[in-house]
Design a protein around this ligand. Structure first.
Ligand SMILES: Cc1cc2nc3c(=O)[nH]c(=O)nc-3n(C[C@H](O)[C@H](O)[C@H](O)COP(=O)(O)O)c2cc1C
Length: 331
């Protein structure tokens, strides 16, 4: 029997960028662990498989949000596991700005704390602002970030596979690669299921390949049914090419529901949130960040100045592709 898998994108006040301004949101307490607790307990009661915590190790990534402070995902995962019994918690970790030994050790520790309910959403991370937090003026090019991601997951996976269990001591992992040199025995007990769940969300060719090679589950955007289906088929084909059973990868397509007891109530909630969003957020600044082009001198009511926008950038291939398509359609 095929089962639907549900994952909650866990935030304090929902994914809508107007959520924090809603009357029920207590922003005086951000970061609000109680709001996380409430959300994850509700998701567990609703039979969700997992709750996922997004992250990017740089300040003020999304200008259209009040959440300019956060809690590191692995630490929240550990705290939230004591509030729940079954749900898995997926912590986002950057493969560009961490070391596999450290991540393998910390994740195995949280695996022990959570009783085997931890997963990792591996992200390559985008943006030079993040790179500047880690000794680099600029981020690595897109394909290099994904080459590092592949080697990162390979090393972490080897460390977990050779970690000590109740029945045997740990064994030595020696890895000399392009990005990492590791000669180590993990000193933390092997995760309960051999390794934490692997989740990924890339949508460029490199991102899809990484997912197809390693992931148990993928977070996907998919702006239309056709594109989502194309994405699904492509992932399954790539997984088969890696010798994997295509059914072993779950594609989790993102939706943003507005909930109410009636359709009218849901529509009303959406209208309130949309109004909050437009009123308070620096939308033009946010779009400028995404496009890597400062739109502030342009009429906010006018069309996008497509001819002035930069060509496809390396920051996020997927986003750039989307805007290139928009430019082609001039919409
Ligand atoms: C549902 C979802 C969640 C994501 N969460 C994060 C995140 O927490 N941190 C991050 O740096 N990127 C996140 N991303 C971005 C992806 O990791 C990826 O960079 C993006 O989809 C662009 O794909 P590409 O890297 O293959 O070009 C997320 C993407 C999706 C669709």
């Amino acid at each position: 029997m095929k089962r639907m898998h549900l994952s909650l994108n866990l935030t304090e006040y929902g994914r809508h960028s107007g959520g924090w301004r809603h009357a029920v949101s207590d922003v005086s307490r951000i970061p609000n662990l109680e709001a996380y607790r409430h959300a994850v307990r509700t998701a567990e009661r609703g039979l969700f498989d997992q709750a996922f915590i997004a992250d990017t190790p740089v300040h003020n990534w999304g200008r259209s949000s009040a959440t300019t402070t956060r809690i590191d995902p692995l630490e929240i995962a550990a705290a939230l596991s004591t509030e729940t019994e079954h749900i898995a918690i997926i912590a986002t970790l950057s493969t560009s700005y961490n070391e596999p030994y450290d991540v393998a050790r910390r994740a195995a520790s949280v695996d022990t704390i959570t009783g085997g309910r931890i997963g990792i959403n591996y992200v390559a991370s985008t943006g030079d602002a993040t790179a500047r937090n880690f000794h680099r003026a600029r981020q690595l090019p897109h394909d290099e970030r994904y080459a590092r991601s592949n080697e990162f997951i390979e090393v972490a996976t080897k460390l977990w596979a050779n970690a000590p269990t109740a029945d045997r001591p740990g064994s030595r992992v020696v890895h000399h690669g392009r990005f990492f040199d590791v000669d180590a025995v993990l000193d933390v007990r092997q995760p309960m299921h051999g390794r934490p769940l692997i989740v990924q969300a890339g949508s460029s060719a490199e991102g899809r390949d990484l997912a197809a090679r390693w992931a148990d589950a993928i977070y996907a955007g998919g702006s239309t049914l056709e594109r989502a289906q194309e994405y699904y088929q492509d992932i399954k084909a790539r997984a088969a090419a890696y010798g994997r059973d295509p059914d072993s990868i779950k594609v989790l397509l993102g939706i943003a529901p507005f909930l109410g007891d009636t359709a009218e109530e849901a529509a009303e909630l959406q209208a309130v949130l949309d109004a909050n969003h437009a009123e308070g957020a620096d939308l033009v600044g946010h779009l400028s960040d995404l496009l890597e082009y400062d739109l502030r001198a342009h009429d906010p009511e006018g069309p996008l100045p497509f001819d002035l926008l930069p060509e496809v950038k390396s920051a996020s291939v997927s986003q750039a592709t989307l805007f290139t398509r928009m430019r082609a359609r001039r919409t």
